[in-house]
Write a protein that binds this ligand. Structure first.
Ligand code: GLY
Ligand code: MN
Ligand code: MN
Length: 436
C-alpha cells in the first residue's frame, strides 16, 4: 500500500477530530507464546490503517492544525544491536522519512511529552478500553495537567471514541484496498481448488490444512486470516473446529473454511465437498439446499438493500427446503417465526470482511439494518449442521455439516463475487475432483 493512501486516511480523520482537539492510537504489542518466544507480530488493524507502520511499541498522535505538524509518531529509537539480532526497524528518522510523520519522538519519552500535547485540548479521541496501559497512561497525563490548572493550563474535558470514526472509514473499501482483497481472495480460492483436487480417504485433516497453508505461503501470503477449519464428517457440525486431527473417510464430506491475509486484508472462504469426489443422495440434497440459500442471499446484495435481506432470504430458502426434506415439520411461515431453523442454521448469513476477518462497521444504524453501499465487502455463508445425535431427524441426515462461503463486494449496480474461482455446484465439484 502506498504512503499516499495512509495520508489520505489521516487527512480525513483530522477533519473529523477537528481543530482544538487531539487523537491518539496505540500499536499492537508483541504477544508471548511461551517463555522467550513470541507469536508472529500482527499490527492492530486500526493503527495500521492510519499509519502503515508495522512495529510494536508505537503510538500515533493526531493534532489538527498544529503548526509544527499534525501527525506525530512515538516509536522505538533505532538500535544497532536490536537491528543486528531482530532486523530492521524504522527509528525516529524512518518514522518521518518513510512513514511521513511530521514529528517523531522516542516511545520511552512519552510520559514527558504527551501531557504537553494534551494541554488546552478540548476532546481526546482514542480507542477507549482497548488497551489498559494506554487507558491508565491517558488518565495519568490528564491528571498531571489538572494539577497545573492554576498556571492557566486546561486539561481535556471529553473523551470520544476514535475507533467508531475509523471503523466507518474502513467499511468502505478503496481501490487500493480492493486490490489487496482480490489478491487474498484469489490465492485463497486457488488453495481451496487444490484441496479439492488432492482430497482422498486416508489423508488427515492436518495434511489438507498443510497443503492450503503451503499454497498461501509459496505465494507470499505468510499469515492466515484466521485458524483454518478442516473438518471431515461430523466434525463439520462443530462450527469452530480447528483440531484438524482426524482422518478423511470415504463417504464423508469435508468442510474447509480457510483464508489468507494479504498485507493485512483477509479472505474468508468455505467449501464443502465429498472426500472421495462424489456426493451421496442425502448429502447432495442438503448441499443443494445450502447452495440455493447462498444464491438467494447473494442475489440480494446490491446498493440500497438493507443488510438483513440476504439473511432473511437464506432463512426462507433453508426453512422451505428443510420442510420439503422432512427435517422440519409444520408451516413454513410459523417455523420461520419460531426460528425453528436455528436447530440446524445457528449463525447469521455473514459479516463484513476487511482487515479483520469479522470486520468492523455498524450493522445497524438507529436500530435499522444498514443499507448496503458500493465498496462494502461481506461474506455470504449459509450452512446446515445436523448433529449426529439429532433424534428428531431421519438417520440419513445425521452428522452432516455443510457451509458455503464467498466474499462479495457491493458494486455500483449490484455485486461482484471475489471468490468465484472455487467451484460450488455439485456438478462442477464432482467434475473437478474426478479429473484430478
Ligand atoms: N472463518 C470465520 C467465519 O467464517 O466467519
Ligand atoms: Mn466468515
Ligand atoms: Mn469462514
Amino acid at each position: 500500500m502506498k504512503q499516499v493512501e495512509f495520508k489520505k486516511r489521516r487527512k480525513h480523520l483530522m477533519k473529523r477530530i477537528g481543530q482544538g482537539n487531539i487523537g491518539l492510537i496505540g500499536s499492537a504489542s508483541e504477544q508471548k507464546r511461551n517463555r522467550d518466544v513470541s507469536y508472529p507480530f500482527r499490527q492492530d488493524s486500526d493503527f495500521y490503517y492510519l499509519t502503515g507502520f508495522n512495529e510494536p511499541e508505537a503510538l500515533a498522535v493526531f493534532i489538527p492544525g498544529r503548526p509544527q505538524g499534525e501527525y506525530i509518531l512515538f516509536c522505538r529509537e533505532f538500535d544497532e544491536k536490536k537491528a543486528l539480532w531482530e532486523g530492521a526497524h524504522a527509528g525516529l528518522m524512518g518514522a518521518t522519512k518513510d512513514y511521513q510523520a511530521d514529528d517523531a519522538f522516542p516511545i520511552d519519552d512519552i510520559d514527558d511529552i504527551l501531557p504537553g500535547l494534551l494541554e488546552n485540548k478540548g476532546k481526546v479521541f482514542y480507542p477507549m478500553g482497548r488497551d489498559s496501559d494506554l487507558d491508565h497512561s491517558l488518565m495519568d497525563w490528564i491528571n498531571h495537567l489538572r494539577g497545573q490548572t492554576r498556571s492557566g493550563i486546561s486539561a481535556p474535558m471529553e473523551l470520544v471514541s476514535l475507533e467508531h470514526i475509523v471503523h466507518e472509514m474502513r467499511l468502505i473499501k478503496s481501490p487500493a484496498e480492493l486490490k489487496l482483497m482480490r489478491k487474498a481472495a484469489e490465492i485463497s480460492a486457488q488453495a481451496h481448488v487444490k484441496a479439492m483436487q488432492l482430497s482422498r480417504p486416508g489423508l488427515f485433516e492436518y495434511q489438507v490444512e498443510a497443503e492450503i497453508v503451503h499454497h498461501f505461503m509459496i505465494n507470499g501470503l505468510r499469515a492466515v486470516a484466521y485458524p483454518s477449519i478442516v473438518a471431515a464428517g461430523k466434525n463439520a457440525c462443530t462450527l469452530h473446529y480447528t483440531e484438524n486431527a482426524d482422518s478423511l473417510k470415504a463417504g464423508d464430506l469435508l468442510l474447509i473454511d480457510a483464508g489468507a491475509e494479504c498485507d493485512h486484508y483477509a479472505a474468508d472462504i468455505t467449501r464443502t465437498f465429498p472426500v472421495s469426489g462424489q456426493f451421496n443422495e442425502p448429502q447432495k440434497q442438503l448441499y443443494q439446499l445450502v447452495l440455493d440459500a447462498q444464491y438467494a442471499a447473494i442475489a440480494e446484495i446490491k446498493p440500497g438493500n438493507p443488510w438483513n435481506i440476504a439473511h432473511e432470504a437464506s432463512v426462507s430458502v433453508l426453512t422451505k427446503g428443510l420442510v420439503k426434506l422432512g427435517l422440519l415439520k409444520g408451516r413454513t411461515a410459523k417455523l420461520i417465526k419460531d426460528e425453528a431453523y436455528k436447530a440446524f442454521y445457528m449463525h447469521r448469513i455473514g459479516h463484513w470482511l476487511g482487515m479483520d476477518v469479522h470486520d468492523v462497521g455498524d450493522y445497524k444504524i438507529n436500530d435499522e439494518w444498514r443499507i448496503l453501499e458500493p465498496g462494502m465487502v461481506l461474506t455470504i455463508e449459509p450452512g446446515l449442521y445436523i448433529p449426529s445425535d439429532c433424534a428428531t431427524v431421519d438417520e440419513q441426515w445425521r452428522g452432516i455439516g455443510i457451509r458455503i462461503e464467498d466474499d462479495v463486494l457491493v458494486t455500483e449496480d449490484g455485486h461482484e463475487i471475489l471468490t468465484s474461482l472455487v467451484p460450488k455446484s455439485v456438478e462442477a465439484i464432482e467434475a473437478l475432483m474426478q479429473a484430478a
